[in-house]
Design a protein around this ligand. Structure first.
Ligand code: HEM
Length: 402
């Protein structure tokens, strides 16, 4: 039997797969990995196989399945000890299969229509400008991750959810408390009461917000389950904030390492939408999407994924499959199908927020590089600290000057 590779491993270059994953790339499209507890799992690394498996109903998202694979002991403890309500939250959309998932997903999708997202552009531009004003006022050097990449998507998500500006800090603090404590249960009750008031307001003066879209999707009865709506708000924050924030930080780092490509974008801003997707492909923030096999799945004549086996999808390698991309390691926004990468997942759980994420990143990158023509790293590139290689990639900080 071939030797397995330990998973996860740290990246050394922030936008390249961990060097230790090389054997996995050589054994595309699927091979075995060893998890922190010695358990084995599957690493899927081929583009075509990923599309096949992520649409296979035998591949389950059920986080309560005893076979659900964990990336670290900390993740396992967090999941087991977490309060009942938070478990419910995690499993409310991302962690369910089949018809139950479809019903929940329809609710989430109602809030993310293309028209709604497009209407948010001016507001997102305002948020981006405000954050840049604050960073300029602070002066160089500054941490672009903390001062820009993190607050921009957080504020844009609150705006999307229709949380009034003056309540955003409160909402975010309470949401954080629900997820990470202390007093998660008290914070949950507080946020439920707050949401009740927002719902009442949306009923009295209906606008065209996220909440109104959710209420309309559930039918305009007073029986609407407030808990379900609060869960949806929290899911949006949990799934949308860190992913977008890390993509902005890693994307900015990558562009600063490719000055000649960046010059092309500055000269022709119409290239930004394609550039955003190309950066998303290359930096691949989710790099180990988890699943569990609900039944045996014969992948090919030699490989069978057995019921109960854990399966990880490694997007840093999937997005560099040379059967799917020419020169997969290079940054090139002139690829004909630039949205073909799988960083947003694939199949029934594919990211509902991807069009919003695209708009946030496009406005953030374009404005950042327009307003700061001299932007550069404030430390040698190798000294920019990379987050440990768990399932999501990112930077601890991104020191810049201009
Ligand atoms: C660059 C930024 C983002 C990346 C890379 C990303 C990536 C992903 C991926 C890989 C999945 C699939 C999860 C799975 O199959 O289990 C997913 C699902 C999801 N994403 Fe995103 N996401 C991003 C931004 C956002 C934003 C901004 C939002 C919300 C506004 C969002 C909301 C969601 C939700 C609600 C799901 C669950 C969908 C379901 O289970 O049916 N994401 N995302």
């Amino acid at each position: 039997m071939t030797e397995t590779v330990p998973f996860p491993q740290d990246r050394t270059c922030p936008y390249q797969p961990a060097p230790g994953y090389r054997p996995l790339a050589e054994r595309r499209p699927i091979s075995q990995i060893t998890l922190y507890d010695g358990r084995r799992a599957w690493a899927v690394t081929g583009h075509e196989l990923t599309r096949r498996l992520l649409t296979d109903p035998r591949i389950s998202s059920d986080r309560t399945d005893p076979g659900w694979p964990m990336v670290s002991a900390a993740a396992a403890v967090e999941f087991n000890d977490v309060q009942q309500k938070v478990v419910k939250l995690l499993t409310a959309l991302v962690g369910v299969d089949g018809p139950k998932h479809r019903a929940r997903r329809k609710l989430a999708q109602a809030g993310f229509t293309v028209r709604r997202i497009d209407s948010l552009r001016p507001k997102i531009q305002e948020i981006v400008d405000q954050r840049l004003d604050a960073m300029l006022e602070h002066g160089a050097p500054a941490d672009l991750a903390a001062m820009f990449a993190s607050p921009v998507p957080l504020m844009a998500l609150c705006e999307t959810l229709g949380i009034p500006h003056e309540d955003q800090e409160y909402f975010e603090r309470k949401a954080h408390q629900i997820l990470f404590g202390p007093d998660a249960a008290a914070a949950y009750d507080e946020l439920m009461a707050y949401l009740g008031k927002l719902i009442e307001k949306a009923r009295r003066h209906p606008g065209e917000g996220f909440l109104e879209a959710l209420l309309a999707e559930r039918g305009d009865s007073t029986e609407v389950d407030h808990e379900e709506i609060l869960q949806m708000f929290l899911i949006v924050l949990v799934t949308g904030h860190d992913t977008t924030s890390s993509s902005i930080a890693l994307g900015a780092y990558t562009l600063l390492q490719h000055p000649e490509r960046l010059a092309e974008l500055r000269a022709d801003p119409s290239l930004w939408p394609a550039a955003v997707d190309e950066l998303t492909r290359l930096v691949a923030v989710p790099d180990g999407l988890q699943r569990v096999a609900a039944e045996d799945i014969e992948v090919d004549e030699e490989t069978t994924i057995h019921e109960g086996d854990g399966v990880f999808f490694l997007f840093s390698l999937i997005n560099r499959d040379k059967d799917a991309y020419e020169r997969p390691d290079s940054l090139d926004w002139h690829r004909p199908a630039f949205r073909d990468h799988l960083t947003y997942g694939f199949g029934p759980h594919q990211c509902v927020g991807m069009n919003l994420a695209r708009v946030i990143m496009e406005i953030a990158f374009r404005t950042l590089f327009e307003r700061l023509p001299g932007l550069r790293l404030a430390v040698p590139a190798k000294e920019v600290p990379v987050k440990p290689g768990e399932a999501f990639q990112g930077l601890v900080e991104l020191p810049v000057t201009w």
